[in-house]
Design a protein around this ligand. Structure first.
Ligand code: GDD
Ligand code: MN
Length: 356
């Protein structure tokens, strides 16, 4: 038995064909209910939906106080009565004929089955250049922030099925469109699979995706980063860096005043700073990665040196480019360089140094 959640905003014309296609697909296969969550559409989609609920197993929620695809799905989830949930758009860009494939994945034990444009049998349909570019950028950002989704091809999909109990006690707080991303990052699941489908043409009306959704997406990523602790990890990483820098200066000063040539004191200072960074990060910022044992720690230490050497080169490159090519004051260039190198070092630590 499945609950099919369909968020709508001005989709009046699409509801009838949508329900017809769902019905003819599932009639002999599955008991189902459709839950339309409409945000008080000016075209009165909700009214049309209520009419259709005489002929189809359809529940209609008309939200008057809130808008947004993501929260609409969360609202539909609360109204749903079955253990397997499917989320799909109303405009027929997601083919209802694929619902059985998604659902059978779940029945075979998968926790989340994603309708995917980027696996075998998938097709991304007609996408303009601009939208493709945005989609790439959006993907890249999310993948850099969250390790958990790195093996999933279509993280932006709006067509998917899942077991309801994986979101049991999780607070879902999506902002904007990406309810799947919210679930992939916050829910408690083991197995994900992807089922190819062709992203069709919109059958009627127009897309609501606009500039505002880009901002929403960034806000959503920020909120997820806070909730998953990635922001605080970054802060810890910076504090570790600051401690290392102070130590570097103190060691350089002490060795030099006790007679060592400043250049050698500096080199030792750098290495001490590096080691201090490393161990503070090991015990604090990257504690959850649980790196221990001579071999793993040694490898991480080696990797950290490689990453940070790259950071120094990057810093120098920025310093030179901004100062000599673009005419910035050298200390400004250096500050920008430090900022960029910090991001590089953090990325390197997050994606490589502390990997098992
Ligand atoms: N309740 C509600 N409230 N529904 C909304 C809202 C809203 O504020 N905004 C959009 N919807 C509904 C639309 O009515 C439609 O049924 C569905 O959400 C998708 O909206 P579209 O405007 O058609 O989105 P799209 O076609 O540009 O993008 C879709 O496909 C992408 C690629 O798979 C979405 O599903 C994206 O999430 C997805 O990434
Ligand atoms: Mn659409």
């Amino acid at each position: 038995m499945v609950s099919i959640i369909v968020p709508t905003y001005n989709e009046r014309e699409n509801l009838t064909p949508l329900l017809e296609r769902i019905e003819s697909t599932l009639r002999f296969l599955e008991d189902y209910e459709v839950i339309v969550v409409d945000d008080d559409s000016p075209d009165r989609t909700w009214r049309k939906a209520r009419e259709l609920s005489e002929d189809y197993p359809l529940k209609v929620v008309r939200r008057k106080d809130e808008r947004g695809l993501g929260t609409a799905v969360v609202c539909g989830l609360k109204e749903s009565s079955h253990d397997v949930v499917v989320v799909m758009d109303a405009d027929l860009q997601h083919p209802p004929e694929k619902i059985p494939d998604l659902v059978s994945e779940i029945k075979e034990g998968v926790d989340i089955a994603i309708g995917s444009r980027f696996v075998e049998g998938g097709d991304k349909g007609e996408f303009g250049f601009f939208r493709r570019l945005m989609s790439r950028g959006a993907d890249f950002l999310a993948r850099t922030l969250f390790r958990r989704i790195r093996d999933i091809r279509d993280i932006q999909s709006g067509f998917f099925a899942f077991k309801k109990d994986i979101v049991g006690c999780t607070d879902l707080n999506p902002i904007g469109y990406k309810i799947l991303l919210e679930i992939l990052i916050q829910a408690d699941y083991d197995e994900v699979s992807e089922v190819g489908y062709k992203f069709g043409e919109r059958s009627s009306g127009k897309s609501k995706l606009g500039v505002e959704s880009i901002l929403d997406y960034l806000r959503h990523l920020w909120s997820l980063s806070k909730r998953t602790g990635e922001i605080s990890r970054f802060f810890k990483f910076c504090v570790a860096g600051a401690v290392g820098t102070v130590l570097n200066l103190v060691v350089t000063f002490m060795l030099t005043t006790s007679g060592l040539f400043y250049f050698f004191s500096g080199a030792i200072g750098i290495e001490i700073g590096l080691l201090s960074n490393f161990f503070v990060n090991k015990a604090w910022a990257f504690r959850d990665r649980k790196i221990s044992g001579h071999e793993l720690v040694g490898r991480a230490l080696f990797r950290d040196h490689v990453v940070r050497s790259g950071g120094i080169l990057l810093n120098l490159f920025v310093l030179w480019t901004l100062t000599s090519l673009l005419g910035f004051y050298y200390l400004i260039s250096q500050m920008v360089g430090i900022g960029i190198a910090t991001l590089w070092n953090f990325g390197g630590n997050k994606w490589w140094t502390w990997e098992k």
